[in-house]
Design a protein around this ligand. Sequence first.
Ligand code: ISJ
Length: 355
Amino acid sequence: MSDILKQCRDQIDAIDEQLLSLVNARAALAREIGELKGEGPIYRPEREAQVLRRLLEQNKGPLSEEAVTAIFRSVMSNCRALERELSVAYLGPQGTFSEEAANKQFGGLSAPKPCISIDEVFRMVESGNADYAVVPVENSTEGAVGRTLDLLTTTSLHICGEITLPIHHCLLRQKDATGEIRRIYSHAQSLGQCHEWLNLNLGGIERVSTGSNAQAAELAARDPFAVAIAGKRAAEIFDLSILAENIEDDPRNVTRFLVLAQHDVAPSGQDKTSLLLATKNVPGAVFNLLAPLAEHGVDMTEFGSRPSKLGIWEYVFFVDIKGHHQDPHVAKALHELEQRASLLKILGSYPVAVI
Ligand SMILES: C=C(O[C@@H]1C=C(C(=O)O)C=C[C@H]1O)C(=O)O
């Protein structure tokens, strides 16, 4: 070994010793905080967002922002686990993008609860069988996830976080299969996100929609005439070969997920609030309904509608605004909005996703 290599490794060993005692000192403090919190929630998304934002401001590299957040999310996850283990429900099985999103947000999952449907994910937390739920809410190519929006209208859960996850799809197949391809399995959302690529490369082959991408990979692993569209992680889990990578039509393809819990979240300084609104079906109603937002300088970041299911051509509106419902200008705007709306439900205020 060259002298320089040895010197560098000796320095790394010395730094590792310092890191070890520092992370243990941090963990001891987190455990103490856990005792101070008593019966309150262990997981504080607003505090974790503040920790990450502060570190990103100070980061001088060479580690990237993604690397720094991944490292510190894992550190916080391990500190949190000393307070109490948290269970997280998401759309399974193993290998889904929901699992990846949950992993990203919580810095690893100590008690994962994969569920067979989005309905089941909500139910797990509503019934107290899991602490948190992670559900997809919209994709940049395919738009809203209708089932999640419908369940948000009736749930008692609060949105306590958002996660943005870049989505890259692969075409997967059994490792030794060579014959013709007769079927393409994937979740309907993913088939939509790869629509153009499929028309161009596998046009005319039957597309079969499945409950999740991971389920598609599992089916393809048993069927020599099938391929699946899923992520790289599913290829590893089901031992499939990757025939093509990044087959999504838009390379910026990203899915936004929500974190749901039975508790509310305090302001982090950079928050979003999601609202469910309804109004009478008369000319100018939506314009009038939203006027208090403009009057109090509240930015609207998202506006979507969904059939209300109470009458034909009746809609409810999903609106995201900047700020926390406790911020004074937001509180004023919401108070006025409530006077005008036939329905106002604050779905939750939560920290804006940290990369
Ligand atoms: C230590 C705490 O508990 C948890 C762990 C955190 C951390 O490791 O920094 C931050 C917030 C909480 O999710 C705390 O509330 O400060």
